[in-house]
Design a protein around this ligand. Sequence first.
Ligand SMILES: Cc1cc2nc3c(=O)[nH]c(=O)nc-3n(C[C@H](O)[C@H](O)[C@H](O)COP(=O)(O)O)c2cc1C
Length: 244
Amino acid sequence: MINTNDFSAFAASRRSTRDFLPTPVSAEIIQSILTDAMTAPSWSNTRPYKVAVATGPVRDRISADFLARWAALSKARQGGLVAKARLALTRYGLPTSNAIVSKPYIVELKPRSRKIGADLYGLLGVKRGDAAGRDAQWARNYEFFGAPVELFIFTHTSLGKYSASDAGLFMQNLMLSAKAHGLGTCAQGAVAIWQDAVAKEFEIPKGYKLLCGIALGYASDAVVNTFQAERLPISEITISPKTN
Ligand SMILES: Cc1cc2nc3c(=O)[nH]c(=O)nc-3n(C[C@H](O)[C@H](O)[C@H](O)COP(=O)(O)O)c2cc1C
């Protein structure tokens, strides 16, 4: 039986890794991590998700495609009316899936997102008004932060939010298993906006939609990997009982 303090310390030690060594991850380790992930609970044991494991040339081609699209989108974001008109006309770089990822946060959630952005970019020396610097850092998502493995997580649409819930449980097991194997991970909503780029490389079964990616590999000692996202007190997420 695992000691409670050991579990708490282990769970707390998982942090998102945003810079990886090029060192490959063996197929055996990937299998082992996926096997651990499959021990997560699931709605009626349906496991309404699938994972595409991108390594080697497949990983590289998807990354190149993403980077080209991001370059076009970023150019339009930074540019004037002409650049924006070009984007609207060609549509190249615009999200082709999960446009919700790019939508503004609701008022209650915005400050948390702002804080993580400010803290992370602050650590990296990217100034508040430096939109180009922020876009350049965001582009690292599309290099999978240098990770040799990118996992694409798909969910079946039939179970709605319960598919995403199951996939989330699977992902957390996967990320903790990766940590136990000495590997780093970063969940990536950033890659969800171009499912068609992933579909060029994988036979995605009917009814499955891209949820997000997970970068997987050995962490480098880059400063970004020292980042410690704030952990909110549980009072922030507990709902008070009615008082009357
Ligand atoms: C579904 C999901 C999508 C995420 N997408 C991104 C992403 O696109 N890029 C990124 O750098 N981090 C991404 N993250 C990582 C979160 O920013 C991170 O988990 C959060 O700030 C808490 O930090 P920690 O993972 O280090 O504890 C994502 C996390 C989740 C769960």
